[in-house]
Design a protein around this ligand. Sequence first.
Ligand code: AMP
Ligand code: MG
Length: 486
Amino acid sequence: MSAAAASTVSFDSRFATELAEMAIPWRAEEVPEPRLLVLNGPLAAELGFTPDFLRSPEGVRLLIGNDVPDGATPVAQAYSGHQFGWFSPRLGDGRALLLGEIAHVDGRLRDIHLKGSGRTPFARGGDGLAAIGPMLREYIVSEAMHALGIPTTRSLAVVATQRPVQRETVLPGAVLTRVAGSHLRVGSFQYARATGDDGLLRRLADHAIARHYPDVAEADNPYLALFDAVIGAQASLVAQWMLVGFIHGVMNTDNMAISGETIDYGPCAFMDAFDPATVYSSIDEAGRYAYANQPLIAEWNLARLAEALLPLFDDDEERAVERAQESLGAFRRLYSAAWTAGMKAKLGLDRVADDAASPLIDELLGLLREAGVDYTSFFRRLGSAARGNGVMARILFPQPDAFDAWVERWKALGPDADGMDRVNPAYVPRNHLVEEALAAATGGDLEPLGRLLERVTDPYRERPGVDRYAAAAPESFGPYRTFCGT
Ligand code: AMP
Ligand code: MG
């Protein structure tokens, strides 16, 4: 029985056929003894798979691209990208493949994508492989983001290849099966533009519109409307990152999705102590992708998208540039509005006017920074303060006088405690807990991973009693560093 027959899910190859110039047909490396480490049952069901099928030997072969279902044409996608500000015309999937698209229960298509599936023509010096730790890391953080209500690619499964991967040490290999609205990136448009083929650029834009923003097809200038839609989606996305203390870590233009989903979980991390200058990535020496820079970088990346789309905005180049600038001018306003609304909700002040809330917000962030307060704990504990029990929030400040004065003014505005609990998570994938789960899993023990996933995929429901999953890292954890391309 073929994989497709057993799964009843039908695969499409829209990208591979509509954008053949940007798709190299390729096959995943054969894995003789794959072993399923984790399967996302609910997501499998949303995609129409029976979880039991995906757990079977046949299903596992489908998850790693070793059985290609009917209708699928696995391809390595071509894209360019500005990496830390420098343009690379030819990046592309060096160790990944788009297996094909399938329909989600919501009626829209999803990409089924493999990461760590072997070298492709874009691999350059890379080995095309991935290790268990980083693939489980993407699984944990992307599923946590989804549970927080933040647009993101999803993780369907991680399969161990039971083969060695050479990094600083030899590590066990794995393939991540990723699910996304699409893998169209700012860098995809940069690639199409760099070919000089405006027909290809237009086809790519039409493909993006059909998949993500079908309404803009009706606009006077659909391509400008597409740009506006991406600006809106990114302004909202980055505001949500900032509100939960998420640092993407490598916001290169090839790692920014047109859909507005968070994509490419590499050196990302959740901020512990509040400090706008926080950088965890070991290679981000200049702090380009520091926490506080993320909105500016998003805007910079969107300017690169505009440059790529220019020929579609207007035949007259000057006019095209003017229109692009006009559109991009909205980013800061949209971002600020989304961030302020979100911060008001975190403080239980949805119903308070912006001019009353804003000075309180600014002052609070100053206090959190000065005292290096744990970001996630603070907002969750502040919910209790709204109910009259302020002691747990207060003890986060070594010298609480200024905080006490702030609380008085905040409480006078009547914060909504229940509303706060719905937006301030008790659980995020804290760095020390993620590292603990990955180290155990790499050594064969999947229990800590399971326990962590239980918390972070249900982040607003606080478990009673003392809970190490809600606590900041112990001093002994030390300064944290994350790594790229691992
Ligand atoms: P990333 O940092 O994951 O966004 O990757 C940047 C580029 O490097 C992409 O073109 C990847 O496909 C490629 N790449 C990263 N790791 C590997 C690897 N181990 N083998 C081949 N290509 C890789
Ligand atoms: Mg990438």
